[in-house]
Design a binder for this molecule. Structure first.
Ligand code: NAD
Length: 371
């Protein structure tokens, strides 16, 4: 009963709980909404203390992917898989191949990929049992690291934000404060430096900072200083939950636009406060959709040039979100959620929506919006 209530409360279509004594595999697959297409989402392997906490995570992630796909014009839904176990000690071939059989048994309603606790090698084992896997290595015909496409999407997204906040999308002379010098930031700074942006950057990891400053001109600050530096734009590229109301009250940035997932600690409240303070906020699931766009491209036979071109649509998507938020006098987060829901509702009326066919062919040609 508890699980039924959780599904209904979270508007989910399906949940699969599986346990295999032979391999020791225990896990859950959650499918949020397949109106637009098959549910896609990573496999998270963590030593959850209870099925409830695993399920809570799974439900939250799969619904977030539905919204990300919908606002990005992709014909995909949101899903997620959780394997309960310690990724340091519990991984083996049998476990991942058994998991692959469960994914296969869903006949394409769910497509998996790597996530926290799993990697490309694990997905290659899963692939031995099912074709419903994405995010595999380039050597095996996959899309490899999504960071270059995510970074490009964030870059064009920043330009759209600047246009809407200050009237022109030129970045020359703008100051950008970047939190995190990891995979996304590494590619993002190249685009920004090329446009003549003044870069201020921080990371907890000295080596990653060194790698950045060896390739572009950037001013390094301590992690706790990044929120108060003098800059036009704040670009989070590290961990989520970093922006709260107290911090927003003190902030002097004109724009927040970055790759980090779940940036706002209290999404609705914080987004409303950002609106009041005229800090233009790029909803994270809109601006960081390049990663999902990259994976969606893999489903049609991967080509990075096409993925990059499609990531460019993030510019128009963000402009639409901001125009809608101004017209309706709501936060950009509320606007992005409403636009995503509108697209799903409209598509529910179409006859040729995804119905759970078991084959990739003939449908994945339509997964990515054509330009
Ligand atoms: P990453 O792990 O390569 O880099 C994150 C960096 O942030 C690390 O170098 C880490 O040391 C640093 N960091 C962590 N906490 C910090 C703090 N408090 N202050 C300063 N630095 C801190 O991750 P990534 O792939 O670059 O992704 C960055 C963010 O973007 C993540 O939230 C990720 O979920 C999100 N994202 C990434 C992609 C992608 O394609 N990689 C796609 C969509 C969303």
């Amino acid at each position: 009963m508890f699980q039924f209530e959780m599904l209904e409360e979270n508007n989910h279509e399906q949940m699969v709980i599986f346990s295999d004594k032979h391999s020791g595999l225990r896990g859950i697959i959650t499918i949020h909404d397949t109106t637009l297409g098959p549910a896609i989402g990573g496999t998270r392997m963590l030593p959850y203390s209870s099925i409830q906490s695993a399920l809570k995570d799974g439900l939250q992630i799969s619904s977030a992917i539905t919204y990300k796909a919908a606002i990005s014009g992709l014909n995909l839904g949101g899903g997620n898989a959780i394997i309960i176990g310690d990724p340091k000690t519990d991984k083996n071939e049998l476990l991942f191949r058994t998991f692959g059989k469960y994914v296969e048994s869903l006949g394409g309603r769910y497509i998996t990929a790597e996530d926290v606790g799993t990697d490309v090698k694990d997905m290659e084992l899963v692939r031995m049992e099912t074709k419903y896997v994405a995010g595999i290595s380039k050597a095996l015909g996959g899309s490899g690291d999504p960071s270059p496409v995510t970074a490009y999407g964030v870059f064009v997204g920043i330009k759209a934000m600047v246009k809407k906040q200050w009237g022109s999308d030129t970045l020359r002379g703008k100051k950008i404060a970047i939190q995190g010098a990891g995979n996304v930031a590494r590619y993002l700074v190249e685009h920004l430096a090329h446009e003549g942006v003044e870069i201020i950057i921080t990371d907890k990891n000295e080596d990653k900072l060194k790698r950045i400053v060896s390739s572009v001109k950037a001013h390094v600050v301590k992690p706790e200083e990044i929120y108060s530096v003098e800059a036009d734009i704040f670009t989070p590229c590290a961990l989520g939950g970093i922006i709260n109301s107290e911090m927003i009250e003190k902030m002097n940035f004109g724009i927040i636009a970055g790759a980090t997932n779940n940036q706002l600690e209290n999404p609705e409240i914080n987004a409303e406060l950002l609106k009041k303070k005229n800090i233009l906020y790029a909803p994270d699931f809109v601006i960081n959709a390049g990663g999902l766009i990259n994976v969606a491209n893999e489903l049609e036979g991967y080509r990075q040039d096409r993925a990059l071109r499609q990531a460019e649509t993030i510019y128009d998507t963000l402009c639409n979100v901001i125009d809608y938020s101004r017209k309706e006098d709501i936060s950009t987060l509320a606007a992005a959620n409403e636009l995503a829901e509108k697209r799903i509702k409209q598509m529910r009326g179409m006859k040729n929506i995804y119905k759970g066919e078991s084959s990739f062919s003939g449908r994945f040609g339509e997964i990515v919006r054509k330009r």
